[in-house]
Design a protein. Structure first.
Length: 277
């Protein structure tokens, strides 16, 4: 599944091609993905100007004066910016055709597993932060609201393993499986440690590790394990620098002990039992 770095790479790729453009056409090639497409968008968005493209967690928010388009890439989706006239391929489910006054471009969503989403939130429905998909999200890890103090204070009554607490997304959003494993390794914290038992000093290390890991992953274009490609069609290469994720049985880059793999909440966790306590 595309995680925060992959979605941010996508946002940075599509924003220059969308912001300030006028919508010419909206094309749906099926009734929906994870949820039904808002059919009215095929007419209601035409003629509207895109004001901004931002991200909240793993959701892309494409802003208009009347509301925001909520886009989620699901398990295997990606967005491409294409010139008009290119025939859609299998699993190309949604096009947003825009024009800058000179030429048209097509934002196309490709989603083979159909777990993605294209939804609409009208301004008349209130603050988008209260949308059912967004209102439970924690702070953004790359913004000022994220800190070790927040992590420490919010976990005093959380007995679940720290890896599971990070994935829950209600304290800090967007730290998915890959980057949780890598951040915990960098901070030297076992993924099995109860969140409430981690000291403020260790949370200092973890907060710094999360920021550094995510920022570096964005610079490197995200991770490409199976499906993710960037807007320009290129793959990310952060996976080449993994210390633990997807390296079960391989010697730890720090100490040489074999990297271990366990299941936590039906997700694979990778860690070094020597380096992480």
């Amino acid at each position: 599944m595309p995680e925060l770095p992959e979605v941010e790479v996508t946002r940075r790729g599509v924003a220059p091609h969308l912001e300030g453009r006028i919508v010419e056409q909206v094309v749906f090639r099926r009734e929906g993905l994870r949820w039904p497409f808002p059919a009215h968008l095929a007419t209601s968005l035409v003629g509207q100007r895109i004001t901004q493209v931002r991200r909240r967690g793993k959701y892309l928010l494409i802003g208009f004066d009347s509301g925001e388009l909520i886009v989620h890439l699901g398990m295997s989706g990606h967005l491409r910016v294409l010139p008009p006239g290119i025939e859609p391929k299998k699993h190309d489910h949604f096009d947003l055709v825009v024009n800058d006054g000179v030429q048209s471009q097509v934002l196309r969503l490709h989603d083979p597993r159909r777990f993605g989403a294209v939804l609409w939130h009208a301004n008349d429905d209130g603050d988008i932060d209260q949308h059912v998909l967004l209102r439970g999200l924690g702070v953004e890890p790359l913004e000022d609201g994220f800190s070790s103090e927040l992590l420490h204070k919010a976990t005093r009554k959380r007995s679940a393993p720290i890896k599971q607490v990070l994935l829950s997304g209600d304290i800090v959003v967007g730290v998915g499986n890959i980057y949780a494993c890598e951040s915990l390794f960098k901070a030297g914290i076992s993924p099995k440690t109860p969140a409430s038992r981690i000291s403020r000093a260790r949370y200092d290390k973890l907060a710094a590790a999360i920021r550094e890991i995510l920022a570096e992953a964005i610079v490197q274009g995200g991770s490409t394990l199976r499906d993710f490609i960037a807007v320009n069609g290129q793959s990310g290469y952060f996976q080449q620098t993994y210390f633990v994720y997807d390296r079960a049985g391989v010697p730890c880059r720090n100490c040489g002990a074999p990297v271990r793999q366990i299941k936590q909440g039906q997700r694979s966790t990778f860690y070094c039992a020597t380096c992480q306590r």
